[in-house]
Design a protein around this ligand. Structure first.
Ligand code: HEM
Length: 163
């Protein structure tokens, strides 16, 4: 083997080592049809909302803050135990980015399928909304625009909460 061949193999091994764990972090789910319709809300028009959330990076921070806050929230922490939080973060970022017209596609499942076995009650839903408000406050999203996003999420309650 030449030196350059050995170097190529070493580089590939390093690349796989770096990428492998990131890919392996998400657990497989039952096959489903990918569609932005699964996001269950139509995107805002224009770029006002994207700017209000400080772009894609701001959206990612808001979602990370929401997930961290929800997982640490004693009212709902148990619901997140043993769940695939890597996938949740990724798909929630896509969903928010899609709705806020940030130029993303949503590749996750619909809300009914995603929450089917979680036994979520109305009080759990309200707790999550408070955690989201806290995260949006922390990001400095104007109150009016926070409420605009919440108004898009509110109708999803019927598919998330168990009656
Ligand atoms: C409008 C409100 C909500 C939205 C937009 C939302 C969004 C999402 C999304 C995008 C996913 C991942 C979908 C996928 O894996 O394909 C998900 C999963 C999940 N959600 Fe929600 N969610 C909402 C409400 C809630 C509430 C109230 C709770 C609990 C208090 C909750 C807990 C979870 C958990 C634990 C998962 C992971 C389930 C799994 O991996 O099988 N969600 N949600």
């Amino acid at each position: 083997m030449s030196n350059s061949q050995a170097l190529a193999i070493l580089s590939l091994a390093a690349l796989l080592g770096a990428v492998g764990p990131a890919l392996a972090a998400e657990e497989p789910v039952k096959p489903y049809v990918h569609s932005n319709d699964n996001a269950e809300a139509r995107p805002f028009a224009g770029d006002h909302m994207l700017k209000a959330f400080h772009g894609r990076e701001g959206i990612d921070r808001v979602v990370d803050g929401l997930v961290d806050g929800a997982v640490a929230d004693p009212r709902i922490t148990d619901i997140f135990k043993g769940q695939d939080l890597e996938r949740l973060r990724r798909t929630l970022k896509e969903q928010f980015c899609y709705i806020l017209n940030g130029g993303c596609d949503y590749t996750g499942r619909d809300m009914k399928t995603s929450h089917a076995d979680l036994g979520i009650q109305q009080s759990d839903f309200n707790a999550l909304v408070e955690d989201l408000q806290r995260s949006m406050d922390h990001e400095g999203v104007p109150f009016r625009d926070q409420n605009r996003l919440l108004a898009k999420l509110a109708p999803m309650e019927h598919h998330v909460v168990v009656r």
